[in-house]
Design a protein around this ligand. Structure first.
Ligand SMILES: *Cc1c(COP(=O)(O)O)cnc(C)c1O
Ligand code: SF4
Length: 394
């Protein structure tokens, strides 16, 4: 039922900053036959978006003109990391361009089922650093809590594809985190908890609030942050009531997975503004992806657009050698060159740290351009961003 809203309802939507269409970067959803008759109130409802995710060939084929490789990829994805695309994200896809960066991140290709010899199911060795279910403890003072196995959209390059998108539980069950929380309680060195997944923001507010409350009650936990992609793939989820829940258990920090400037629509900007206005510092995490964001000018555009919506670029990750992602991986030099083209050439706040998560569980290792040309007896020979050489005496 299209346009069944009263003017009063429409006014309220606009006042709440919702009902905002993606803008010039996306298609108006009513132009897509699959969504022509969707009520704008439904469209803005995150649960409607979740319920109506695209998971089947006959749905996606109404939104894009599939290539043979995509058709094969979708058929093969059954029973593995499933395809799931929010209707909102679908409006950002270019229906005619198989290289569209939005499209390549969500529609499996036949390439995904070619496993290269050095690829692994768990490239960062998370399972072997797990002292309790759903918990990874690798660094001395902080832990990673894998809060759920579900996400709004499944990214084809996902590092955790061994666990995400296999089976979806809307309610992860009350006791699910007990062991992890006990472990955090009994380890006074843990001052920082990163809640990731899957995506914690697809949890119901009572469930997420309950988890935050339990963590906040631990005196030595000083710092809690959420790792999420929801502001990008399901911005409708950032509601006033979610914000109220997050504020209740603040201070909280948030890392948001952004890969391409096209992801920064008016809708996503609105979601980030709500979060930033609530006092949640926002950082970005980006995976370096071949043909998607591996050119310096694309990455520069991304980091500049992020600063405009108050998101501080935090990390660029080398794409981990997870099974079936060879077609996404670039040489390491590509990432180093991107940092070379940013550092000094633009605002320092716009420059993230490029890291490789060491295969086998070594953690994140920063890699970047080398500015020290030589160092001996307190004499440093340095170069600056434009290549001029300087000597610094200690
Ligand atoms: C990334 C990560 C963290 C957090 O690392 P920061 O550099 O502090 O952001 C913590 N634990 C694990 C296992 C991680 O992979
Ligand atoms: S949102 Fe994160 S965890 Fe979920 S599929 Fe994408 S990369 Fe994986």
């Amino acid at each position: 039922m299209a346009n069944t809203m009263t003017t009063e309802q429409q006014k309220t939507l606009v006042e709440n900053g919702v009902g905002i269409r993606p803008g010039k970067r996306g298609r108006d959803y009513q132009q897509i036959s699959l969504y022509r008759d969707v009520n704008p109130l439904d469209w803005e409802d995150w649960r409607w978006q979740m319920r109506n995710r695209i998971t089947k060939m006959d749905q996606i084929s109404q939104v894009v003109n599939l290539t043979p490789s995509e058709e094969e990829g979708i058929r093969n994805a059954k029973g593995r990391m499933a395809m799931a695309i929010t209707p909102y994200w679908a409006t950002l896809i270019d229906p005619d361009d198989p290289h569209c960066p939005i499209r390549r991140q969500c529609i499996p290709l036949a390439d995904e089922f070619h496993v290269s010899p050095h690829e692994m199911a768990d490239p960062c060795g998370e399972d072997s650093d797990s002292p309790a279910p759903h918990l990874v403890h690798r660094y001395p003072d902080r832990v990673l809590l894998l809060s759920t196995e579900a996400c709004a959209m499944y990214c084809r390059h996902c590092t955790r594809r061994r666990i995400v998108g296999q089976e979806e539980h809307a309610d992860p069950g009350a006791g699910r985190w007990d062991k992890a929380i006990e472990y955090i309680q009994s380890n006074k060195k843990i001052r920082d908890v990163l809640i990731s997944g899957g995506d914690p923001l697809i949890l119901e507010e009572e469930v997420l609030g309950g988890l935050l409350k339990r963590l906040r009650a631990i005196p030595h936990v000083e710092f809690v942050r959420l790792g999420t992609r929801v502001p990008v793939t399901l911005p409708q989820r950032i509601t006033e009531s979610l914000i109220a829940t997050l504020k209740k258990y603040g201070p909280l920090w948030m890392s948001i997975h952004f890969n391409h400037p096209k992801e920064i629509t008016r809708r996503t900007r609105n979601a980030c503004e709500m979060l930033a206005d609530a006092g949640i510092p926002l950082g970005s995490q980006t995976v370096l992806l071949k043909g998607i964001n591996d050119r310096p000018h694309i990455m520069r555009k991304l980091v500049h657009e992020l600063l405009k919506i108050r998101v501080r670029p935090y990390y660029i990750y080398q794409c981990d050698p997870v099974r079936g992602t060879q077609h996404f991986r670039t040489p390491v030099s590509t990432g180093i060159n991107i940092i070379e083209k940013l550092r000094g050439h633009t605002s320092g706040y716009a420059v993230p740290t490029y890291v490789i998560d060491a295969p086998g569980g070594g953690g994140k290792i920063p890699v970047g351009p080398n500015y020290i040309l030589s160092e001996a007896k307190g004499k440093y020979v340095l170069r600056n961003f434009s290549g001029t050489v300087y000597t610094y005496l200690e």
